[in-house]
Design a binder for this molecule. Structure first.
Ligand code: FDA
Length: 308
């Protein structure tokens, strides 16, 4: 119930105005968001690299329905990649993009626009030795997202997909995307949908995650295991062992600010670990989705509002 309210609030302009005006302290935003500027994000990337942890950087902003905001978002990613190259952090860096931020929702031609913008980012990423992963959004956008991804992968085969285990279709999507050269991030899904398309009970989402993980680990692609769930992290390790996957044949991905000790522990065991690092002033919907995932995060947020 709370989860549903928070996810609805993450899409509500009125709720956004109220929360931003009340203003949680910087402390709570900073826990999950790397700062406002590309330089802030790259400072965190440098710190992670010192601990043997890679990053995928997300420029926050996902509701643009006009050409200008799609352009601004694209330019923001290009500037980030330029700066990463200048400061020697581009090689091995990944950027996570949301097609909605790149123009998917622009009326008339939105898909073409987001494809062109994403291709521009992929081209710059390839020049500097970085990669791009296309985030998954609401279930209604999955077909469009996978179609754009297939187009991108023709010219930029390293472009990564994201699949969400809460959707009933995802096990099949895993089968289709588990081929050689394919990078697939598996997450549970930060959105909600009705029972005809989605699993609505946590246990079913988890069981689906385990099945999807099995498919990806058995395939020939590069699985990116995006979860903080200790059972799923352990399962990924066991499946990798059983399938004779080397440590650099898959990676764990966790969110910035979530289970930092576990991130370090996995890296210290020699596993590939990548942290999802959002930055930018438009932190509101991202933060609300993190609150929806975990009551403890919500408590932190409410305390921060009260103590202002
Ligand atoms: P879940 O929320 O079910 O938690 C399971 C267990 O994990 C908990 O019981 C606890 O033990 C542990 N745990 C979780 N959070 C914790 C915390 N804050 N502190 C301590 N323990 C904690 N979603 C999406 O829809 N599209 C996308 O593109 C992405 N991309 C993405 C990238 C990466 C790298 C990650 C890690 C996640 C995403 N997500 C996402 C979000 C994802 O779908 C999901 O909402 C969150 O990861 C939460 O789900 P968990 O798998 O962590 O398990």
């Amino acid at each position: 119930m709370i989860r549903g309210v928070l996810l609805a609030a993450s899409r509500s302009a009125r709720a956004r105005e109220l929360v931003v005006a009340t203003g949680p302290t910087r402390r709570v935003v900073d826990r999950f968001v790397a700062g406002e500027r590309p330089a802030d994000a790259l400072d965190v990337v440098r710190g992670l690299a010192a601990d043997g942890i890679a990053a995928t950087v997300d420029r926050l902003g996902e509701s643009g329905v006009d050409l200008a905001s799609a352009r601004e978002s694209t330019d923001g990613y290009l500037a980030l990649l330029d700066l990463a190259e200048d400061v020697g952090l581009a090689a091995g860096l990944d950027v996570s993009v949301k097609l909605s931020a790149l123009g998917r929702l622009v009326p008339y031609g939105g898909l073409k626009i987001c494809y062109e913008n994403a291709a521009e980012i992929c081209a710059r990423a390839a020049e500097v030795g970085a990669t791009v992963t296309v985030d998954a959004e609401e279930h209604t956008s999955v077909d469009a997202g996978l179609a754009v991804l297939a187009d991108l992968r023709r010219d930029f085969p390293a472009t990564g997909a994201v699949l969400q285990s809460y959707l009933r279709r995802t096990e099949n999507d895993c089968r289709r995307l588990a081929g050689a050269g394919s990078r697939v991030r598996l997450c549970k899904g930060a959105y909600r949908a009705a029972g005809d398309v989605a699993f609505t009970r946590r246990a079913d989402v988890d069981a689906s995650y385990a099945r999807c993980l099995g498919v990806l680990m058995t395939g020939e692609g590069y699985p990116m295991v995006a979860t903080h769930d200790p059972r799923m992290l352990a399962l990924a390790g066991r499946l990798a062992d059983a399938r004779d996957r080397d440590r650099d044949d898959f990676e764990y991905q966790l969110l910035h600010g979530v289970r930092p000790h576990e991130q370090l522990r996995l890296a210290s065991l020699g596993a590939q670990v990548r942290v999802y690092l959002p930055y930018g002033p438009d932190w509101y919907p991202y933060l609300l989705r993190r609150m929806a995932e975990r009551p403890a995060n919500l408590a932190l947020f409410l305390r921060a509002l009260r103590t202002r």
